[in-house]
Design a protein around this ligand. Structure first.
Ligand code: FEO
Ligand code: CA
Ligand code: CA
Ligand code: CA
Length: 659
């Protein structure tokens, strides 16, 4: 498939006609025909007018593999909501969107009532943490597909101290411990009933995992390596806590993966003469924005150079066992892990897709050596300790190569200071640099669709692309700068997720349609409410429909709207059409989206309400503080601060969410 390797400077596919099937990866589709006959340059250049395209549709209709889907209408039956900015949340009509649990609500049975001004670490470790991000749904009973009763695992990514109150601000031990206790994850039991969904009180499954006290294990090829040993843990296998758990994933055997993302922000200290200096500099370790080192030497890299090597991993734990020990799986690499969506390959191996969310960093997948045993849960317990980590190189011809990060192969040898598989995993980024991976526009969630086998990559933005001294455009990241983000579609050959070569294409380029500076690419029927910027988290529902949650739409910004949830068509003639389904309150971003197996409920996580961009919101126009927040969502009580919360969305007629 010939492809122009110059950056696409003009929207193409969706400028044509909604009747034109534009998926170039359906064999024999019009996309192939156009690309083969004319090349993308001619299409971009306008040589192929809409009329000519229409003629092609007619003349090639007989050879199209799936022409019927092309002219079909949207697969999303809901009427979209208005994009905009206000103090509360909104959902498409015919649906309810109710707050299920808020920061400070009880998780453990003996949690005290939430008292933000007098918060203690002991209370916070029993209550729902701050900044809910990833949501995983685990049906009860375990192994069922029950869409009305299950466990939610919810990540608590970070803390907004200025909005949380005096108990979280400043350098006191109590303030630091409060912050550490508000990080991590929660396990809650939830059930649908006549009054809607509720949290089950005094559940035996309820659990808080925190940065303060939860004991974890390191496993896999790097566990026990001298570079993971510290004074507190001479074995290099035991570590306290996890932090900056952003997105995640669920394994087919019913465990959860929670990703350690911006771990660098918690470490301070001088790198001069530090034995890990090169490593720490590649991850930005040493210049952290939290003050935990004031009370914990292990977060000072001058005092404990290896502690930062014990973070940046993928953490697995069993939500069905509240006493299980979380395990940091070193085989899955060390980077700013965004998420970990899994899929069982046809040959039984587990494939896990992962983004490293930083400008110019990379896209990864992990392929297990062993096969998933669907009949013996215990047999999968350590499946993630053995496998191969691959990093992506996107080729301009529309293929991508998965390059294995294997010690001893290619440049990953002692000549480049890699002396063991552990070295390759601890310095995953440097290994990927040497292999020539494609620098991306901040890879976030990477979402496979089990029905089509396609995989969607959220690239949230890259305002530095093209800056002096920084990489310019490449085929997969075609805008410089890219303040809006885009979504790439990857297609494994014959649905083989373990394959070394995939095909890829761009699904949408975010930004305002018709704005020449944005160079956005949407289906032309996308309305003024339907477009967005900054894709972050994604979900695919039971019918293979793609839903995108965003982080970066702000009042006064280019998009001048709140973050929220949008539904995006991925195939047929409506491919690239986006509709606005849910809107989050001012200052928040939206995370989580997680459907129940029957699509009867959709859980979303509203992170940091009243925070980002509120200074540009006309009715408020200043920075939020605990005393003076831009919104007091969701309680709207003068004695309550804004509270990150999980919202459950259901359809009033009991049908599937989204129509
Ligand atoms: Fe925590 Fe990449 O978002
Ligand atoms: Ca994210
Ligand atoms: Ca996802
Ligand atoms: Ca985010």
């Amino acid at each position: 498939m010939p492809r122009n390797d110059a950056p696409s400077r003009t929207p193409l596919s969706y400028e044509a006609s909604e009747d034109i099937p534009s998926n170039p990866h359906v064999e024999g589709s019009l996309g192939d025909v156009i690309n083969t006959r004319f090349g993308r340059r001619e299409v971009i250049g306008g040589a192929l007018a809409v009329g000519a395209m229409s003629a092609l549709v007619t003349s090639y209709a007989g050879v199209l593999a799936r022409p019927a889907a092309a002219a079909a209408g949207s697969r999303f039956g809901f009427r979209e909501i208005e994009a905009g900015v206000d103090e509360t949340h909104h959902v498409a009509e015919g649906h309810d969107a109710n707050v299920l649990i808020r920061w400070g609500d009880p998780v453990l049975a003996d949690a005290p009532p939430f008292d933000p001004e007098n918060q203690t670490p002991q209370a916070q470790e029993k209550q729902f943490g701050y900044n809910n991000d990833y949501i995983g749904y685990f049906p009860l009973p375990a192994g069922s597909r029950n869409g009305g009763h299950g466990l939610l695992v919810v990540n608590h990514e970070f803390t907004n101290r200025e909005l949380m109150g005096p108990a979280f601000l400043g350098d006191s031990r109590r303030a630091v411990d409060n912050n550490m206790a508000a990080h991590g994850a929660s396990v809650i039991e939830v059930r649908a009933g006549t009054g809607g969904w509720r949290v089950v009180e005094r559940s035996a499954y309820a659990r808080r995992i925190s940065a303060l006290s939860t004991k974890m294990r390191l496993s896999g090829p790097a566990a026990g390596h001298p570079r993971l040993r510290t004074r507190a843990d001479p074995t290099g296998t035991r570590v306290i806590g996890t932090m900056n758990n952003c997105a995640g994933g669920m394994t087919p055997w019913g465990t959860v993966l929670i990703a350690e993302e911006n771990f660098h922000g918690y470490f301070t200290g001088d790198l001069e003469g530090n034995p890990e200096r090169r490593n720490h500099e590649r991850y930005g370790v040493g210049d952290g924005y939290y003050n935990w080192a004031r009370h914990y030497d292990r977060f000072d890299v001058s005092k404990e150079p290896n502690e930062a090597n014990r973070f940046g991993w993928m953490v697995e734990f069993d939500p069905y066992d509240a006493r299980s020990t979380p395990v940091k799986r070193t085989a899955m690499g060390r980077f700013k892990h965004e998420g970990a969506e899994t899929i069982v390959n046809a040959d039984g191996r587990l494939v896990c897709y992962m983004g490293d969310d930083q400008r110019f960093d990379y896209l990864y997948k992990f392929v297990s050596d062993g096969r998933v045993d669907p009949n013996n849960r215990a047999a999968n317990a350590d499946l993630l300790d053995n496998g191969t980590l691959f990093v992506a190189r996107f080729e301009p011809d529309g293929t991508l190569t998965w390059m294995p990060l294997v010690f001893g192969s290619g440049p990953l040898t002692p000549a480049n200071d890699f002396h063991s598989p552990a070295d390759v995993l601890i310095e995953t980024r440097r290994a990927a640099d040497l292999l020539g991976a494609t620098p991306m526009d901040r890879p976030e969630d990477v979402q496979p669709d089990p029905l089509s086998s396609k995989v969607y990559v959220m690239l949230t933005n890259n305002s530095k692309r093209g800056d002096p001294g920084q990489p310019g455009v490449n085929a997969a990241n075609p805008r410089a700068p890219n303040p809006h983000g885009h979504i790439i579609e990857m297609v494994p050959p014959d649905g083989n997720h373990a394959a070394l070569t995939f095909a890829w294409d761009i699904l949408v380029k975010c930004g305002k349609p018709g704005d020449p500076e944005a160079e956005a690419m949407w289906h032309p029927k996308t309305s003024e409410h339907g477009w967005f910027t900054h894709p972050d988290n994604a979900a695919v529902d039971g019918r293979g429909r793609l839903w995108i949650a965003t982080d970066g739409n702000r009042p006064g910004s280019h998009s001048d709207r709140c973050d929220g949830l949008w539904a995006v068509e991925t195939a047929g003639g409506m491919r690239g059409l986006s509709k606005h389904f849910f809107r989050a309150p001012v200052g928040s971003e939206l995370c989580g989206p997680q459907f129940t197996p029957d699509d009867g409920a959709l859980f979303v996580a509203v992170q940091h309400p009243a925070d980002a961009g509120v200074e540009n919101w006309e009715p408020f126009g200043r920075n939020s503080t605990f005393e003076d927040p831009a919104t007091r969502w969701p309680d709207f009580r003068e004695d309550m601060p804004p509270r990150p919360s999980v919202v459950v969305i259901t359809r009033r007629d009991g049908g599937r969410v989204g129509g």
